[in-house]
Each structure stands twice: as C-alpha cells, then as structure tokens.
Design a protein around this ligand. Structure first.
Ligand code: SF4
Length: 653
C-alpha cells in the first residue's frame, strides 16, 4: 500500500503491470541504482487507462546525461498536457543491470511507471549524436521489440527518431519506423492526433496505414517508403519514394514564436547526480553566425529569440518549481541575444542577494564583455569562463568562418583575468579541412601568449587556462559535408604534438591544462554521421558483438567497430575510409539529399568553396539575407529583438 505523499515507484491509484517488483531486488547489485527509481520532482504519471495515445520518450544514454536533456524534457511536458495523451521516459540501462535484466526477463522500462516500453504506441528516441545508436538497439532488444522495423507488428510501438542526428537517419533506417526533423513540439502533437484518429477508427490497414498517414502529413520521414539505388563504385545513384502518395522530400519542422512555447515549465529535478546541476532556459533557437563545421547552427536556422519578459517568466516559474540556485541561459550562442545585457542585469537585479547564479554555456570571444560577465555572476559563484575559438590559427578560423583574431582572444582572456577570473577554458577542434600541423601548434603559442598577458596584467602567477580539444567530424547539411575527414592517426599525432608543446614547457605546464579526445571515436562518429543505409548492418554487427555506450571511453571499442565494418563491407567498394576520409564531389548524391533542412545545396557548396578560399560570410541577423535558402523554403523569418521591454523587480520577496 502507498502512504500519503509517496511518489513514484509502484505507487499508482490504478493497476498496471509494473516491472518494479522484479527490478527492485536487482538494484542492490548494480552501480548507481537510484537512476532507475523514478519519481523525480515534477515527473508525471498519468492514468494509463484514460490515455488513447501513449508515448515513451528515450534519451539513449545513461540517466546522468539523459535526464537534463531539454528536448526530452520539453516533449514530455508538451505531450502530458494533452488530454488523452501520456508520455513517460526511459534512459539507457548500464551493462551491469542489462545483464541482470536479461537473466531475469525484465524488459526495458519507463522510469515513470516502470512499464515495459513495448506497451506504448510510440517510442520516440532523441539522438543528440549518432553515438546513441547502439544503445537504441539495446533498448529495443531488451524491450522485446523486433530490431528490424520490417518485422514489427501491431503489438509493437512505432519507433521514432528525432534530434540532430535524425537529419541523416539513413544508417538507422532499418531500425526506425519514422524520423522527424527539426523542432518537436508541434510535430509530436500532430503525430499524436494522427495516431489517436487511427486508433479510434479501429486501427484500419494495420501498421502500414498509420505509417502512411504519418508520412502523408509531410512531416514524418518513413524510410520504408523510399528506395535507394547505387552505382557499382558504391556511390548513391538516387533515392526515391517507392509509392506515389508520399512526399519526394521530407522537410524539417520549425517552431516560430518561442514565447508561445515556454517549456519546460516544470523542469525535472534529478534524483542522482547528472552532468548539469541547474535548470536551463532556452533564450533563443537557431544561429546564423555561419560557422561552417556547426551542424546545429545550420539545421536550426533561422534565429528565433524568446522575449526578455518571456525569459524572466520562465526563470521565475522554473526556480519556484525546482528550488535550483543556478539558471543556465541556453542557446547555441547565448551572448548573441539582442537583449542579453538587459536580461543579465534584469535577472541579477531581480534576484539580488538570493544566491541565484546565472550562466551561459560558452561565450563567443567577440561577444564577451565584462559588464555582462559581472552581471551573470553577481548573485552566484564566479566559476570559470569558457570561450570557443575552435581553430588554432587565424587561417584556420577563416576556413571555418569563426572570425576571431589572436589579438581579440588575448585581449578578452586578459580582461577576464584582470576582472578577477582566474580560470578560462578554450575549446578547439583538430582535423579541420586544410589543417596542417602548424595550425594546431599555434594553439600552444596563442595560449602561452594569453598566460603571459594575464600574468603581466594581474602581476600574479595564478592565472590558468584549460585547452579542451576534440577531433572534427564533418556533418550532413553543413558546408563541410563534402570534406574528407582527417584520419585518426593524423589527429592523434597532432594532439600529441600539442600536448608535448604545452606540458614540456616548464614555464607554462602548471598554468595550462590540456584535455583531449582522441581521433578514433570521431572516425566512428564520422561513419555514422555521413553513412547511408548500408551502414546499418555495421551498427547491428558491432552491437551484436557487445558494443554499447559509444560516448563513454570505458565502453567504446574502436577495434570492435573496425572489425564489424571490415566484415560487413568485405567484397564491396565500401569501407570505413570510404565513408569518412573520402572527399565528395558536388555531383554525388548524398544520403540525406531527400531530407530538407531548408539549406540550398548550391549555397552550401559555394560556402564550401569560400571556405577553401578563406572567404567569410556575415551573420544575416545584422546584414542582408545571403540566400542560404532556409526562410523562403520553410516559410520562416528571423525573429530578433530588441523589444525594449525590461524585467520588473519582484515585489514581496
Ligand atoms: S534565408 Fe536569409 S535570413 Fe533566412 S537564415 Fe538564410 S541567410 Fe538568414
């Protein structure tokens, strides 16, 4: 029996087949058992029997990474607000519990009611990166859902892929029923209505009919309704619908007017430690800075700002709902909000003396100013500052369209040191198109200059700078989608040279921290990012051979992936290199050409050529439109302030 006030676990007013009683005894034998318990503050368990459409939403990584994910949190709330629709959450199960669950016949479950994921109508999986693909297979298999979409019956949920990786879902097209591109809020509501109607009609035409209805809505890509033909040399000849009643190209969704979508209103508060211990408010969506490596910026165009008052209302509501003391002002480049100064000052005034810290994920070097940084930290901790110059040399930054000069960077970092910050973090990438050893070595030179400038400006020796560097992966729907990815050997060689240049210099070794990710996981990410349908068999084989949790060093096995690729591609022109280190021509059909992000392929190509010539492109927020194609194709427009509004002080506090 439940006692008053008890939440979560199996304490529900209606009967439902929960796996909790079987699961609970196993939790004593696994690491971090709390992550499987559920019942978090602001989680929801709706009446199963009263719901007509039931979603399970999964983030395919461990709870500590998945719970703070904004996409899942937003859709969870949007769906649960609708009468007759319910949504529950699921995260990837660590291998220790997976083993025990298999031994004890316990299926992949939701955290909210501990129900098997197979009981739901739709199984939505949000892929921030491609490194969650093997965890999807584990979840499907544990859930008793056939891995191959073609083998599923009416008893199985419709498996839906979303998130940034869904802009090229071809490598997982055998395993998913649908991919949804772009913003999910309106898309999941529309899908719920289509499924509800089909169920009310008695599920006519079975699974094929509901998939067809979803495909015909124009916003759902159903891979089984499209075929691919290949040339003998391995390249794609064409991708085409195999029936006449589905769209030739499937377009992304774009939510306009973010003020109408103030989610999450009740952010989830995790029970266990997670990667972010704060609530987040998304202050705008999209970015038109035009960094050529950045898939997120390209596929989320145009910029749509939330208003200053809309942001203040979300901060207020979120703090009241959670008790958090830190608010992250989220976006792809938060200091670019047209009223960021007023937002920071307005919020700092409003929460004066209340220990509410504000933070930005990272700041562009050219957008940083001390007043903004001081306002952000006025009521909270003054932790480190993070900047992302991305390219080590000025030439490299021109190629990627991230125009920051070395002088800008040194001046900004020195200003931060002089104003009391002692720790600055700098993000870079290695293996960018046209990069040489020298471009990477300039990271060391520039960082040492920044430390020298900081020491001399502050008169002290306690300034520190941490370099964080990872390997570049060319992504679909970006100007670099045609580029050859650098091989892991070259990337690792450059990373080692850079490390030696920093750590071998006693004058700076203690002042400069060095964190890097080696090139091998990026090679596999490259295969999964720009792969086509033939890569699905490699994913399946790697998973069958034990591959899980690809984003975790302790679980990632490059050798296992390479062995799977060698085995599957044997006797064909394909290979890991064919998909990664091969440069493409404009004439080559790309696996995602039939998926419409709005970006004009000719424009992307001309920007790729501009990159090779070192040419720059401005930000269309502040200059005339440069015809990337998104606004006319998607019928959208840039939505930026300033609104001129202010954040009122709170009375009665
Ligand atoms: S179409 Fe023009 S205004 Fe719209 S995002 Fe592209 S460049 Fe900017």
């Amino acid at each position: 029996m439940c006692t008053p006030g008890e939440v979560g676990i199996s304490c529900y007013p209606w009967s439902m087949p929960s796996v909790w009683s079987d699961l609970e005894p196993l939790l004593l034998q696994v690491s971090k058992p709390i992550q499987y318990v559920g019942g978090e503050l602001n989680s929801t368990v709706k009446d199963w029997d009263a719901a007509e459409v039931r979603w399970v939403l999964m983030y395919p990584d461990a709870y500590e990474v998945g719970l703070p994910n904004q996409g899942v949190m937003i859709l969870y709330e949007v769906l649960n607000e609708v009468e007759g629709v319910l949504a529950e959450r699921s995260y990837a199960i660590w291998p220790d519990l997976e083993k025990l669950m298999r031994e004890n016949d316990i299926p992949q479950f939701t955290l909210d009611s501990h129900r098997s994921v197979r009981d739901f109508d739709l199984f939505g999986i949000s892929f921030a990166t491609e490194l969650g693909y093997t965890n999807m297979l584990s979840a499907l298999h544990l859930g008793g859902i056939p891995l191959m979409a073609a083998d599923r019956t009416l008893e199985d949920p419709i498996v839906v892929a979303g998130g940034h990786a869904a802009f090229n879902p071809e490598p997982i097209s055998d395993f998913i029923d649908i991919a949804v591109l772009g913003d999910g809020e309106e898309a999941v509501l529309r899908m719920s209505e289509i499924v509800r109607e089909w169920k009310r009609e008695g599920r006519p035409g079975g699974r094929d009919e509901v998939l067809l209805r979803l495909a015909r809505s124009g916003g759902c890509y159903v891979p089984r309704f499209y075929d691919v033909e290949y040339f003998e040399d391995g390249r794609i000849k064409r991708v085409f619908p195999n029936r006449s009643d589905v769209p030739y190209r499937v377009a992304k969704h774009t939510v306009m007017d973010l003020d109408k979508w103030p989610y999450p209103k009740q952010p989830l508060v995790p029970l266990a430690e997670t990667v972010h211990e704060r609530m987040s408010v998304e202050i705008f969506r999209g970015c038109t800075r035009g960094c050529r490596f950045c898939q997120a910026g390209m596929i989320t165009r145009p910029v749509r700002e939330r208003s200053i008052t809309g942001i203040a209302a979300m901060v207020e509501q979120g703090l009241n709902a959670t008790g958090y003391e830190e608010v992250g002002l989220l976006s792809l480049s938060s200091a670019d909000h047209s009223e960021i100064g007023e937002i920071a000052k307005g919020l700092a005034d409003r929460y004066d003396g209340e220990n509410v810290g504000l933070s930005l994920p990272s700041t562009r070097v050219d957008a940083f100013n001390v007043d903004l940084a001081n306002e952000l930290t006025r009521n909270g901790r003054r932790s480190g500052l993070t900047f992302a110059p991305e390219g080590g040399s000025e030439r490299m930054r021109q190629v990627i369209n991230k125009m920051v000069t070395e002088e800008d960077l040194i001046r900004t970092v020195t200003t931060a040191y002089v104003n009391g910050w002692r720790q600055v973090k700098l993000y870079f990438m290695c293996g960018l198109p046209t990069e040489t050893d020298e471009d990477v070595m300039q990271i060391a030179t520039m960082t040492k200059r920044a430390i020298d400038a900081g020491r001399s400006a502050t008169g002290g020796n306690d300034v520190r700078c941490t370099i964080s560097i990872g390997a570049f992966v060319p992504k679909p729907h970006t100007p670099f989608q045609w580029a050859a990815q650098e091989s892991p050997d070259v990337v690792d060689h450059r990373l080692k040279m850079l490390r030696d240049a920093i750590q071998g210099d006693r004058k700076y070794a203690k002042a400069i921290g060095y964190r890097y990710h080696d090139g091998k996981p990026s090679a596999i990410e490259g295969l999964l990012s720009r792969g086509d349908r033939r890569v699905g068999a490699v994913i399946l084989r790697a998973w069958e051979n034990g591959q899980r949790f690809d984003g975790w060093t302790e679980h990632f096995s490059y050798d296992r992936w390479v062995a799977a690729a060698v085995e599957i591609f044997a006797g064909s022109p394909l290979s890991l290199d064919w998909f990664t280190t091969r440069e493409r021509e404009l004439s080559e059909a790309l696996p995602w050409d039939h998926l419409d992000s709005g970006l004009d392929k000719e424009w992307l190509w001309s920007d790729w050529q501009e990159a090779l010539a070192g040419g720059e492109v401005d930000d269309c927020r502040w200059t005339p439109c440069f015809d990337c194609g998104v606004c006319p194709t998607m019928d959208t427009e840039i939505q930026v302030g300033p609104t001129g509004r202010t954040i009122p002080l709170l009375v009665n506090r």
